[in-house]
Design a protein around this ligand. Sequence first.
Ligand SMILES: N[C@@H](CCC(=O)N[C@@H](CS)C(=O)NCC(=O)O)C(=O)O
Length: 212
Amino acid sequence: MADEVKLYAAAVSPFVFRVKIALNIKGIKYENLEQDLSNKSAELLKYNPVYMKVPVLVHNGNAILESLVIVEYIDDAWKGVSILPHDPYEKAVARFWAKFIDDTCIPALLKTFGRNGNKKSDKEACDQLQILENELKVKGTKFFGGDNINLVDIAADFIAYWVGIIQEATGKTLVTKDKFPTLMVWADYFINLEVINQVLPPREHLLAFFKA
Ligand SMILES: N[C@@H](CCC(=O)N[C@@H](CS)C(=O)NCC(=O)O)C(=O)O
Protein backbone atom coordinates (compact mmCIF):
# COMPACT_ATOMS: atom_id res chain seq x y z
CA MET A 1 0.00 0.00 0.00
CA ALA A 2 1.31 3.47 -0.88
CA ASP A 3 2.17 5.79 1.99
CA GLU A 4 -0.41 8.42 2.80
CA VAL A 5 1.36 11.62 3.80
CA LYS A 6 -0.42 14.83 4.75
CA LEU A 7 1.15 18.08 5.92
CA TYR A 8 -0.89 20.61 7.88
CA ALA A 9 0.91 23.73 6.82
CA ALA A 10 1.12 27.51 6.62
CA ALA A 11 3.17 28.86 3.73
CA VAL A 12 4.63 31.71 5.79
CA SER A 13 6.00 29.45 8.52
CA PRO A 14 9.73 28.70 8.75
CA PHE A 15 8.83 25.69 10.94
CA VAL A 16 6.62 24.25 8.21
CA PHE A 17 9.36 25.00 5.70
CA ARG A 18 11.77 22.76 7.63
CA VAL A 19 9.41 19.87 7.00
CA LYS A 20 8.94 20.75 3.33
CA ILE A 21 12.73 20.70 2.89
CA ALA A 22 12.97 17.24 4.49
CA LEU A 23 10.13 15.91 2.32
CA ASN A 24 11.80 17.34 -0.78
CA ILE A 25 15.20 15.90 0.13
CA LYS A 26 13.63 12.43 0.38
CA GLY A 27 11.43 12.95 -2.70
CA ILE A 28 8.22 12.21 -0.77
CA LYS A 29 4.86 13.06 -2.34
CA TYR A 30 2.38 14.54 0.11
CA GLU A 31 -0.85 16.43 0.38
CA ASN A 32 -0.37 20.02 1.56
CA LEU A 33 -3.25 21.17 3.75
CA GLU A 34 -2.86 24.94 4.11
CA GLN A 35 -4.28 26.15 7.42
CA ASP A 36 -5.89 29.42 8.39
CA LEU A 37 -4.14 30.01 11.72
CA SER A 38 -6.72 32.60 12.77
CA ASN A 39 -9.45 29.98 12.38
CA LYS A 40 -7.88 26.60 13.07
CA SER A 41 -9.44 23.52 11.52
CA ALA A 42 -10.96 20.80 13.68
CA GLU A 43 -8.42 18.38 12.17
CA LEU A 44 -5.45 20.51 13.22
CA LEU A 45 -6.84 20.79 16.76
CA LYS A 46 -7.49 17.06 16.84
CA TYR A 47 -3.97 16.18 15.72
CA ASN A 48 -2.14 18.80 17.78
CA PRO A 49 -4.29 19.44 20.87
CA VAL A 50 -1.24 20.36 22.95
CA TYR A 51 0.21 23.27 20.96
CA MET A 52 -2.44 23.71 18.22
CA LYS A 53 0.33 24.70 15.80
CA VAL A 54 1.59 23.78 12.36
CA PRO A 55 3.45 21.83 11.11
CA VAL A 56 1.72 18.53 11.71
CA LEU A 57 2.71 15.57 9.57
CA VAL A 58 0.23 12.72 9.32
CA HIS A 59 1.80 9.53 7.97
CA ASN A 60 -0.59 6.62 7.40
CA GLY A 61 -2.89 8.06 10.05
CA ASN A 62 -0.17 8.76 12.66
CA ALA A 63 0.37 12.40 13.61
CA ILE A 64 3.92 13.62 14.22
CA LEU A 65 4.36 17.02 15.86
CA GLU A 66 7.07 19.68 16.22
CA SER A 67 9.14 20.55 13.17
CA LEU A 68 12.50 19.17 14.35
CA VAL A 69 10.86 15.95 15.56
CA ILE A 70 9.11 15.65 12.19
CA VAL A 71 12.37 16.19 10.27
CA GLU A 72 14.02 13.42 12.31
CA TYR A 73 11.00 11.17 11.76
CA ILE A 74 11.17 11.70 7.99
CA ASP A 75 14.87 10.87 8.07
CA ASP A 76 14.17 7.63 9.97
CA ALA A 77 11.07 6.57 8.07
CA TRP A 78 12.31 7.06 4.51
CA LYS A 79 15.52 5.92 2.84
CA GLY A 80 17.59 8.16 0.59
CA VAL A 81 19.80 11.12 1.38
CA SER A 82 20.42 11.33 5.14
CA ILE A 83 19.49 14.45 7.05
CA LEU A 84 21.15 13.50 10.34
CA PRO A 85 24.67 12.13 10.64
CA HIS A 86 24.92 8.37 11.36
CA ASP A 87 27.76 8.70 13.86
CA PRO A 88 26.19 8.97 17.37
CA TYR A 89 28.49 11.80 18.45
CA GLU A 90 27.98 13.81 15.25
CA LYS A 91 24.24 13.23 15.58
CA ALA A 92 24.26 14.55 19.16
CA VAL A 93 26.23 17.62 18.04
CA ALA A 94 23.72 18.31 15.24
CA ARG A 95 20.82 17.97 17.68
CA PHE A 96 22.54 20.34 20.10
CA TRP A 97 22.91 23.10 17.51
CA ALA A 98 19.39 22.63 16.14
CA LYS A 99 18.08 22.96 19.71
CA PHE A 100 20.24 26.04 20.30
CA ILE A 101 18.75 27.66 17.20
CA ASP A 102 15.22 26.80 18.33
CA ASP A 103 15.53 27.62 22.02
CA THR A 104 17.83 30.63 21.86
CA CYS A 105 18.43 32.24 18.45
CA ILE A 106 14.93 32.27 17.02
CA PRO A 107 13.24 33.54 20.23
CA ALA A 108 15.86 36.31 20.52
CA LEU A 109 15.31 37.35 16.89
CA LEU A 110 11.52 37.25 17.19
CA LYS A 111 11.70 39.34 20.35
CA THR A 112 13.89 42.01 18.87
CA PHE A 113 11.98 42.28 15.59
CA GLY A 114 8.73 42.39 17.56
CA ARG A 115 6.89 45.41 18.88
CA ASN A 116 8.95 45.62 22.06
CA GLY A 117 12.35 45.23 20.43
CA ASN A 118 14.95 47.60 21.88
CA LYS A 119 18.73 48.10 22.09
CA LYS A 120 19.05 45.43 24.77
CA SER A 121 17.13 42.82 22.78
CA ASP A 122 19.11 43.79 19.63
CA LYS A 123 22.32 43.04 21.49
CA GLU A 124 20.95 39.76 22.87
CA ALA A 125 19.93 38.58 19.38
CA CYS A 126 23.30 39.59 17.90
CA ASP A 127 25.17 37.83 20.73
CA GLN A 128 23.33 34.57 19.98
CA LEU A 129 23.88 34.88 16.23
CA GLN A 130 27.55 35.55 16.89
CA ILE A 131 27.78 32.13 18.53
CA LEU A 132 26.44 30.53 15.35
CA GLU A 133 28.72 32.70 13.20
CA ASN A 134 31.73 31.52 15.23
CA GLU A 135 30.66 27.87 15.07
CA LEU A 136 30.45 27.90 11.27
CA LYS A 137 33.67 29.88 10.95
CA VAL A 138 35.55 27.38 13.11
CA LYS A 139 34.08 24.45 11.16
CA GLY A 140 35.25 26.13 7.96
CA THR A 141 32.65 24.24 5.89
CA LYS A 142 30.04 25.44 3.42
CA PHE A 143 27.16 24.21 5.58
CA PHE A 144 26.69 23.29 9.22
CA GLY A 145 26.39 19.75 7.87
CA GLY A 146 29.75 20.00 6.05
CA ASP A 147 29.63 19.77 2.23
CA ASN A 148 25.88 19.15 2.42
CA ILE A 149 23.08 20.47 4.58
CA ASN A 150 21.92 18.58 7.66
CA LEU A 151 19.44 19.09 10.50
CA VAL A 152 21.23 22.25 11.69
CA ASP A 153 21.04 24.02 8.32
CA ILE A 154 17.37 23.10 8.06
CA ALA A 155 16.71 24.33 11.61
CA ALA A 156 18.32 27.65 10.67
CA ASP A 157 16.07 28.33 7.63
CA PHE A 158 14.57 31.29 9.51
CA ILE A 159 17.99 32.94 9.68
CA ALA A 160 18.79 32.17 6.04
CA TYR A 161 15.61 33.53 4.47
CA TRP A 162 13.03 34.95 6.87
CA VAL A 163 15.27 37.39 8.75
CA GLY A 164 16.22 39.36 5.60
CA ILE A 165 12.56 39.66 4.62
CA ILE A 166 11.51 40.72 8.12
CA GLN A 167 14.30 43.32 8.06
CA GLU A 168 12.93 44.70 4.80
CA ALA A 169 9.35 44.66 6.10
CA THR A 170 10.18 46.38 9.40
CA GLY A 171 12.91 48.70 8.13
CA LYS A 172 15.13 47.50 10.98
CA THR A 173 18.50 46.16 9.89
CA LEU A 174 20.43 44.13 12.41
CA VAL A 175 21.80 41.13 10.59
CA THR A 176 24.27 42.27 7.96
CA LYS A 177 27.22 40.94 5.92
CA ASP A 178 29.52 43.20 7.93
CA LYS A 179 28.49 41.76 11.27
CA PHE A 180 27.93 38.14 10.24
CA PRO A 181 29.98 37.47 7.07
CA THR A 182 30.15 33.69 7.49
CA LEU A 183 26.45 33.30 8.19
CA MET A 184 25.48 35.53 5.30
CA VAL A 185 27.60 33.52 2.83
CA TRP A 186 26.05 30.34 4.26
CA ALA A 187 22.54 31.81 3.84
CA ASP A 188 23.27 32.51 0.17
CA TYR A 189 24.49 28.97 -0.47
CA PHE A 190 21.53 27.55 1.42
CA ILE A 191 18.71 29.39 -0.34
CA ASN A 192 20.30 28.77 -3.73
CA LEU A 193 20.42 24.99 -3.31
CA GLU A 194 17.98 23.35 -5.72
CA VAL A 195 16.39 21.27 -2.98
CA ILE A 196 15.66 24.48 -1.08
CA ASN A 197 14.64 26.96 -3.76
CA GLN A 198 12.27 24.43 -5.36
CA VAL A 199 10.06 24.75 -2.27
CA LEU A 200 10.92 28.21 -0.92
CA PRO A 201 7.85 30.42 -0.36
CA PRO A 202 7.91 33.45 -2.69
CA ARG A 203 9.69 36.43 -1.19
CA GLU A 204 6.89 38.89 -2.15
CA HIS A 205 4.35 36.69 -0.37
CA LEU A 206 6.34 36.73 2.87
CA LEU A 207 7.12 40.43 2.52
CA ALA A 208 3.43 41.27 2.17
CA PHE A 209 2.62 39.06 5.16
CA PHE A 210 5.21 40.67 7.45
CA LYS A 211 4.36 44.20 6.28
CA ALA A 212 0.74 43.51 7.20
N1 LIG B 1 8.06 24.64 17.97
C1 LIG B 1 7.12 24.54 16.90
C2 LIG B 1 6.72 25.93 16.46
C3 LIG B 1 5.60 25.91 15.44
C4 LIG B 1 4.95 27.28 15.30
O1 LIG B 1 5.26 28.23 16.03
N2 LIG B 1 4.00 27.37 14.35
C5 LIG B 1 3.25 28.59 14.18
C6 LIG B 1 3.34 29.04 12.72
S1 LIG B 1 4.93 29.72 12.38
C7 LIG B 1 1.77 28.34 14.49
O2 LIG B 1 1.22 27.33 14.13
N3 LIG B 1 1.15 29.31 15.16
C8 LIG B 1 -0.23 29.24 15.47
C9 LIG B 1 -0.49 29.70 16.88
O3 LIG B 1 0.46 30.00 17.60
O4 LIG B 1 -1.66 29.77 17.26
C10 LIG B 1 7.72 23.71 15.77
O5 LIG B 1 8.95 23.70 15.65
O6 LIG B 1 6.97 23.05 15.05
